[in-house]
Design a protein around this ligand. Structure first.
Ligand SMILES: O=C(O)CCC(=O)C(=O)O
Length: 342
């Protein structure tokens, strides 16, 4: 109820009639989702069964959040060329906590990477290895990639596009590779609740993780809205936004989502979004019949006076370690990325 009151009182809301229709559509879709979840939770196919109560609770939160954010959500815009517009790209990353860089990875490497990912996912499915699921959520895979072969070529190609200079500008010369892998959301993946990856404390010496998400899809396939693109809320990499985002039952949480413009990462194959780990974001629901695949390359600087990163990212609860093969931890300085070899 509180949600509907907020929606009605919002000055940017469409007329009430239209809003009622939207709410009805939203409720119908919610019940379709619920049905789908219940069906999947008893299904015997090779998908891991969903733990219904937890998934349902997450679905309720994320559906309400989507409803709140929809009026001010737009497809991502303002791309900056990674080589020619590095200054603007860096300034945008620092101020907004995210930036859009088109064409960082060549098409043939996207295709080769995708073939490798398809093979690895098929292996995971065959072995029914649940450790490959992102946060335990079936339909979302998180594969830590070895820094060799096609992955190494893709990483070095992307970083050479100007991405490395922007990441060094944001995180500093001592930045180290701290996360490397691929996330894939498969058809039916639910929308995630809005979250940051690390919590912002306001400490002046705080070192965010800068993550580059690079889209890699089958030829000519871009991330469309139905594939559940990453949704980001610019300029929320700060204490005020993190304090407000304290649970959907709180007015500050509702107000923040209803009043902050958000962008949907409807990017093309080979494009990249860099974001600060403190920027509020979520993966969308995948309504399509295609797998959405993103390679991630993340870097972070050690704290002042330290030479390496801690075993777990600060302010992330163990065992949520850095998402990378553990033997790579503290081994790869960003500035020497051309010498990397796993
Ligand atoms: O799926 C996505 O686009 C984002 C995933 C994400 O935000 C996360 O797992 O923390």
């Amino acid at each position: 109820m509180q949600l509907y009151r907020t929606l009605r009182s919002s000055s940017t809301s469409p007329p009430l009639f239209q809003r009622r229709q939207e709410v009805r559509r939203f409720e119908a879709r919610g019940s379709q989702c619920r049905k789908r979840i219940m069906t999947r939770s008893v299904s015997t196919n090779n998908q891991a069964p969903i733990k219904s109560p937890k998934e349902l609770a997450r679905l309720q939160v994320s559906s309400l959040e989507e409803q709140l954010m929809r009026p001010t959500s737009t497809p991502i815009g303002n791309p900056y060329h990674p080589r020619e517009e590095q200054g603007q790209a860096l300034a945008t990353l620092l101020s907004d906590g995210c930036v859009y860089l088109p064409g960082v990875l060549r098409e043939e490497l996207c295709d080769a990477l995708l073939a490798d990912v398809d093979y690895r996912i098929a292996e995971v499915d065959r072995r029914r290895s649940e450790t490959a699921f992102l946060g335990g959520a079936p339909s979302r895979y998180d594969l830590k990639q070895p820094l060799e072969g096609v992955t190494l070529s893709a990483v070095q190609d992307a970083l050479s596009s100007g991405l490395a200079s922007i990441l060094l500008g944001a995180s500093g010369d001592s930045a180290l590779l701290c996360e490397l892998g691929v996330i894939a959301s498969t058809p039916g993946a639910l929308r995630q609740p809005v979250h940051p990856d690390t919590v912002c404390t306001g400490d002046a010496d705080e070192k965010p993780i800068y993550t580059s998400f690079i889209a890699s899809f089958i030829a000519l396939q871009d991330v469309t809205d139905v594939m559940g693109p990453t949704c980001l809320i610019p300029a929320t990499n700060n204490v005020a936004a993190h304090t407000a985002l304290c649970g959907i039952e709180h007015q500050s949480h509702i107000d923040l989502l209803a009043s902050s413009p958000s962008i949907r990462g409807t990017i093309r194959k080979g494009d990249c979004i860099i974001f600060d780990s403190r920027t509020l974001h979520c993966g969308g629901e995948n309504f399509s019949d295609l797998r959405r695949v993103l390679m991630y390359i993340s870097v972070q600087s050690p704290a002042s006076g330290a030479t390496g990163l801690p075993p777990y990212p600060e302010r992330r609860t163990p065992p949520s370690a850095y998402s990378m093969l553990s033997e790579y931890h503290n081994r790869f300085p960003l500035k020497s990325y051309l010498q990397w070899q796993g």
